[in-house]
Design a protein around this ligand. Structure first.
Ligand SMILES: Nc1ncnc2c1ncn2[C@@H]1O[C@H](COP(=O)(O)OP(=O)(O)O)[C@@H](O)[C@H]1O
Ligand SMILES: [Mg+2]
Length: 239
């Protein structure tokens, strides 16, 4: 077992430094993340685990540039997110980040193919249709390209969202409880695809889960409780 930090010579792709998040709710301040720090090298696979309400989704959102911290810093692909405007953060997300959500979050009025096309077209990518079809084929859904989300099973919808997430060849893929709405067999297929695509693309994977079996598939795990990193703050490398 080796202790964190590891291999400082590898390129740092995500660095979180002393991150704190305080929400103002019902007239009082609620601090839901307390001075969280960690660093990931390109290609790492990382799990954030902890009970419901421990701050996992909040931490993921700050890392991915969906929201801004109250204090502390996030560097994503060497871009410091803290002082960027909403538009600048949206541009960073489109260029560097892929997402997978528990509830899939496909656009209901678009077909599977069109959903995968959205991030490619936002970037003005040439040959987008061909790329999107190849990705749908890779997740085993070429024959569902013209189906709408409502015409797909949960597992199929999550495979479409995998194809969409990898379309931009993101530097970091963030997945929040990606199997939370799936039965065990379907979960296994989605997880296998997620790790395969991740390996093929060399993407850094940040996974939020309360499923310890799923967390065990990543190289390192960060445990949160009540918004704090559970001691020991050092993270074990599993393999
Ligand atoms: N927008 C918000 N305003 C106020 N409190 C919030 C908001 N989002 C989350 N919280 C609170 O922050 C805490 C952590 O939430 P969350 O990050 O969703 O935890 P987890 O994903 O681990 O279940 C919870 O107590 C939740 O109620
Ligand atoms: Mg959550």
């Amino acid at each position: 077992m080796r202790l964190y930090p590891i291999l400082p010579s590898r390129m740092s792709i995500l660095r979180v430094d002393n991150l704190t998040k305080t929400y103002a709710s019902a007239g009082h301040a609620l601090t839901v993340l307390h001075a969280v720090s960690f660093e990931l090298a390109a290609g790492d696979t990382f799990a954030i685990v902890g009970p419901s309400g421990s701050g996992k989704t909040t931490l993921l959102g700050l890392c991915a540039g969906l929201d801004r911290a109250t204090s502390g810093s996030v560097w994503l692909n060497n871009i410091q997110l803290d002082n960027l405007s909403e538009d600048e953060r949206a541009a960073v997300r489109n260029q560097h980040v892929g997402f997978i959500f528990q509830n899939f979050q496909l656009l209901p009025t678009l077909t599977a193919l069109e959903n995968v096309l959205v991030p490619l077209e936002l970037r003005g990518q040439r040959g987008a249709a061909k790329t999107a079809l190849a990705l749908l084929d890779r997740v085993g859904l070429a024959d569902r390209a013209h189906h709408y989300p409502a015409q797909l099973s949960g597992g199929e919808q999550q495979r479409v969202s995998l194809a969409r997430a990898f379309a931009n060849r993101p530097a970091v893929l963030f997945a929040d409880e990606p199997t939370g709405n799936l039965d065990p067999d379907t979960s296994e297929r989605v997880v296998n695809l997620l790790f395969e695509l991740n390996r093929e693309a060399g993407t850094t994977l940040v996974l939020v889960t309360h499923d310890l079996e799923l967390a065990a598939k990543t190289q390192r795990t960060l445990r949160l409780r009540g918004g704090k990193v559970v001691e020991p703050a050092v993270m074990a490398e599993k393999r």
